[in-house]
Design a protein around this ligand. Structure first.
Ligand code: FMN
Length: 208
């Protein structure tokens, strides 16, 4: 049996919203025959002292921490990489950036060159920097020579939620708003689209 096309989904989260998006992206990947979703987290970098340790946070943490942390080998093994982050003032989190900052040696070897890349994010307000955060997530991919796969308006959900740059969700001023049906559908579509494109490319790989 042929090796499945691997789509790596790497995410950060504190309140669970980006994690829920990640699970929907994985769901979309699994819809594509011959593709496998591998879900990983990043390692949180902010000092524990600034994190509010309430019940909600502990519940998310109990789900987040058992997920395996993303390694450089995970990045290298995948045919496609989809990253997700809550916004931090319009950009990805420190933890996500730390992962990319560790990829210098992969960059030198062009180990990620030609892989498919895409992104998703959660913000508290609908205009709180969603597209800039996605943009920040895509920039390191471009430096690695990855092929950016945006959703565009490929699914009707993108006319009502999310962004043609990537899947998004907003959690509200108290960060307690769950994703709506269009946000969910947009995340599923992103995973499916990336998997389809990665699968097509893997049929005729070119060495660099
Ligand atoms: C330091 C910090 C900065 C943030 N900056 C923004 C921001 O610029 N715009 C915004 O809409 N939300 C901002 N947020 C809110 C989170 O991005 C938002 O609550 C998000 O839904 C959390 O996702 P998560 O549940 O995956 O952790 C910020 C939160 C923190 C802790």
């Amino acid at each position: 049996m042929a090796k499945p096309v691997q789509v790596l989904i790497v995410f950060d989260t504190r309140l669970g919203h980006t994690m829920n998006l990640a699970f929907q992206v994985a769901h979309g990947v699994k819809m594509v025959e011959g593709c496998e979703a591998v879900t990983r987290r990043v390692v949180a970098q902010e000092p524990e002292s600034i994190i509010p340790r309430d019940e909600d946070y502990e519940r998310v943490r109990a789900q987040f921490e058992p997920i395996e942390a993303c390694s450089l080998a995970d990045l290298e093994a995948a045919e496609a990489i989809v990253t997700g982050s809550p916004t931090r003032f319009g950009v990805m989190t420190h933890g996500m950036k730390a992962l990319w900052d560790a990829t210098g040696e992969l960059w030198q070897r062009k180990a990620l060159y030609g892989k498919v890349g895409s992104a998703f994010c959660s913000t508290s307000t609908p205009h709180g920097g969603q597209e800039m955060t996605i943009w920040s997530l895509l920039l390191p991919m471009m430096h690695h020579g990855m092929l950016i796969c945006p959703p565009g308006y490929g699914d009707p959900s993108y006319f009502k939620a999310a962004s043609p740059y990537g899947a998004t969700q907003w959690s509200g001023p108290d960060s307690d708003r769950d994703m709506g049906p269009n946000e969910e559908q947009a995340a599923i579509f992103l995973g499916r689209r990336v998997a389809e494109v990665a699968r097509q490319l893997s049929l005729a790989p070119v060495a660099h």
